[in-house]
Design a protein around this ligand. Structure first.
Ligand code: SF4
Ligand code: ZN
Length: 286
């Protein structure tokens, strides 16, 4: 398989785009995708001070690197949740990341608030962890004059969250679904610069650019069933995940109400679709 751009040996075939690319062309391709996505959804404004929350994983490491690459003003935040060996490995990856990207790193330790995630009952761990991360990110950003908090959520994260919500009958919580949520009161603006990017694309980017990251999973990581369902749909219908997230943000234009000039029924154009059908197929053309 040859790279469609330069003819060198390709390292990947991206099904949603039907394109094979070599390492260098993939890095450029990824950069353009993220830049276009940030512009399309107005995720970031030039001049904003960005606090990029990083976990050491591939997605947030890719985010930090691409934001720096695209010329944004960014610092890193690592939250030490106190999850045993996992937190140690993650912090090491984040320190390597900050060093390689030459970005300032801020570290906040949950234990400085008097507890860690290891103190929480197993059944409530992820909920407590989510609450703690959101609280610390927001407070740290506000108290240190950042304009936005950026997280490494991927397109799959958004789709899984959406489907899980619908399936459980709960109301969809907008903040988790949108690429940018403006701040209000004591809330700082939250953004997801990788909103349209898939995990595979992020992983490929960190590998191609040798960006420090860890593939170590949190020991509390939830059952991956939903994610696997989304991967399976994407495998059978390439492009599903990207179309889905684009659909979430697409603003529905209110339909202009008109009346068909032939029959008088409600129509989106001068002549309604039914009268067009009649004109085309009616055997006894009146
Ligand atoms: Fe926190 Fe681990 Fe649960 Fe993620 S999987 S929310 S890091 S406890
Ligand atoms: Zn190439």
């Amino acid at each position: 398989m040859k790279c469609k751009k330069c003819g060198k040996n390709a390292i990947t075939y991206l099904k949603p785009y039907r394109i094979a690319l070599c390492k260098d062309c993939y890095v450029d391709f990824y950069k353009n995708l993220v830049r276009r996505s940030i512009n399309r959804f107005k995720i970031l404004k030039r001049g904003e001070r960005i606090l990029a929350s990083v976990s050491g994983g591939k997605d947030s490491s890719a985010m930090a690197s691409i934001l720096k690459e695209l010329g944004y003003d960014v610092e890193l935040l690592y939250i030490d949740l106190g999850i045993g060996e996992y937190s140690k490995v993650s912090e090491k990856a984040v320190r390597d990341l900050a060093r390689d990207l030459d970005l300032d790193l801020n570290v906040v330790r949950l234990k400085d608030y008097g507890f860690t995630i290891s103190d929480v009952e197993i059944s409530k761990v992820c909920s407590a962890c989510g609450i703690s991360k959101r609280y610390i990110m927001n407070r740290f950003a506000r108290e240190n004059d950042f304009d936005v908090v950026a997280t490494g959520h991927t397109a799959e994260d958004v789709v899984v969250f959406y489907i899980k919500n619908i399936a459980s009958g709960s109301k969809v919580w907008a903040e988790k679904l949108l690429p940018r949520v403006e701040g209000f009161d004591k809330f700082v603006t939250k953004v997801k610069p990788l909103y349209e990017m898939s995990e595979k694309e992020n992983l490929l980017y960190v590998i191609c650019k040798e960006i420090p990251h860890t593939l170590e999973e949190c020991p509390h990581a939830p059952n991956p069933d939903w994610k696997e369902i989304v991967y399976e749909i994407e495998r059978r219908k390439p492009g599903f995940v990207k179309n889905f997230v684009r659909g979430i943000v697409k603003e529905e234009k209110p339909m202009k109400i008109m009346h068909c000039k032939i029959c008088g029924e409600v129509s989106s154009g001068e002549v309604c679709a039914f009268c067009k059908l009649r004109m085309k197929y009616c055997r006894s053309k009146a």
